[in-house]
Ligand binder design. Structure first.
Ligand code: FE2
Length: 133
């Protein structure tokens, strides 16, 4: 996958969510660079585990915000988070077994990040902004 830098359209105007998304993209691109450089599979698996843990943390942050503002779309948004966590777990397991899945998975992860950020997360930040002024 080509290197992708932070884009202005990723910016949702919520400081916490934007900051966490920057780190999330950074982790994905770090893994992409290591993969292209031919870094050993055990290091890639460690990075993938880090992405998984970071995703868990970030999703919990968003889900806590949703509870605080009584977000009506919470169940739907949480279901999207659960899906990507499951995909991450499956990929770590495959990578540990030595399967060559990273090219495909990195593209999937970036596509998910960009779509989820501009779609689902933007709905949330617009709702928060409307409630908090
Ligand atoms: Fe989200």
């Amino acid at each position: 996958m080509a290197e992708i830098i932070w884009q202005s359209w990723f910016e949702l105007g919520n400081y916490r969510i934007d900051a966490e998304h920057r780190v999330f993209l950074d982790l994905i691109m770090g893994l992409n660079r290591d993969h292209k450089a031919g870094i050993a599979a055990d290091k890639l698996a460690r990075s993938l585990r880090e992405i998984h843990k970071y995703a868990e943390f970030h999703f919990l942050s968003e889900e806590n915000l949703m509870i605080d503002v009584a977000y009506p779309q919470r169940d739907l948004h949480v279901a999207e988070h659960a899906k990507i966590l499951h995909a991450l777990e499956t990929s770590v397991a495959k990578l540990v077994k030595g399967e060559d899945i990273l090219d495909e998975f990195l593209t999937f992860l970036y596509d998910w990040f960009s779509e989820h950020t501009v779609g689902t997360d933007h709905q949330l930040t617009r709702y928060i902004a409307a409630r908090t002024g």
